[in-house]
Every structure is written in structure tokens, then in C-alpha cells.
Design a protein around this ligand. Sequence first.
Ligand SMILES: [Zn+2]
Length: 217
Amino acid sequence: MRIIILGPPGAGKGTQAKVVADSLGIAHIASGDLLRDHQERGTKLGSMARSYMQQGLLVPDDVIIGMIEERLHSSDAQRGYVLDGFPRTLEQARALDKTMEKEGQRIDLAVNIRVSEKELIRRLGGRLVCRRCQRPYHEVSSPPRKRGVCDECGGELYQREDDTSEAVRRRIQVYAKQTAPLIQYYYERGGLVEIDGEGSIDEVRDSLLKTMPKAGV
Ligand SMILES: [Zn+2]
């Protein structure tokens, strides 16, 4: 079983990818983890990635695909995996399909987690972070005991520039523009399911797991 999870920033993709991988006993492959791992091990791909990141540039697709390809060979990925954070664009999806074809593999299921713009703004717009220890809070769902002050270290809480509602709206628009063709791609090639991402983590996980037989996997 090979799964990718799509969804806007704030949809809880990372959390769900982990939960689903655990429930199904398959590997969780996150592009962010791959990047960190390769840099720590000092691999060729890792130092290529680093040189782009140091210039403030995006890591090119073929570097990430190279990391994914290597990861697909590891023993824990043989039963299947959930890909997290990749692909994000149509070009990446096509490149991934090509690489997987070489391996005689195919993405069986693309899950699109849907969350309304209003809810995303509520989730991301209320995010606060401690200046000192970086612990995250949320104005509504996990507020600090004392307003504006970190429970952990007493540091000052602030809103990252990325998380103001204007910035959140922009991030959602960029996402929608980039991924609409991606969703269409998986719809046309088969294996796309859409689920409601507005419930609790457990509710979203349950509806996610329920889609698996429906998709014929
Ligand atoms: Zn703190």
C-alpha cells in the first residue's frame, strides 16, 4: 500500500501521515526528514540540498526524488509507505510516477484532506510561539495559562509573520493554485479520495482509514 496525502497548510497532513502509517504498519516518509537525514549523514544529495537552501533557493525536484528513491529500497518501506510533503506540484507528481515505475511500483491512493479557508485561518491565524523556547500554542485550542506568557519558561508569546491572517490567506491561495492541477492529475489517473479534515485528529484518521477499501486497495 503506497499512499500520498494532500491538503492545505494547517490541514494536519503530517499528523495524519504518521497516524495512518502506524495504523497500517507501513513506513512514514516525510520529505523534511529525508532532507535532515541526508544532511546529517553528509551524503552527496544532502550537500547538494544544503547548497540550495543556503542560498535561500528551493531544493530541486530531482534531489528530493533521489532521496525518496533511495528510501524506497529500505527494508521498512517494502510493505508500503505514506509520503508526506511530496509531491506538491504536478511536475513533482509526474517525476515521482516515473521513478516509481522504474521500481515497478505505483501510488495506490492519493488522499486529499479538505478544510475550508475559514477553518484554516482560524487554525493557523491563532498560532502563537514562545520567543524563548519555541513552544507552540493556539489562542483557541491550546491557550497558555496566562495570556501572552509561556507556561514552560515564562517567555513572551508572539505570532510568526507567516501566521498573520493576511499571510495565511496568501499561503492558502498559493497552495490552491499549485495543487489544483495535482488533485486533477490523481483524479484522472485513478486512486484519488477526498475526506473532510475539519474533525478531531481521531475523526479524520477514522475517515481516512475507511477510504482504503473504497479505493480498492
Ligand atoms: Zn517558552
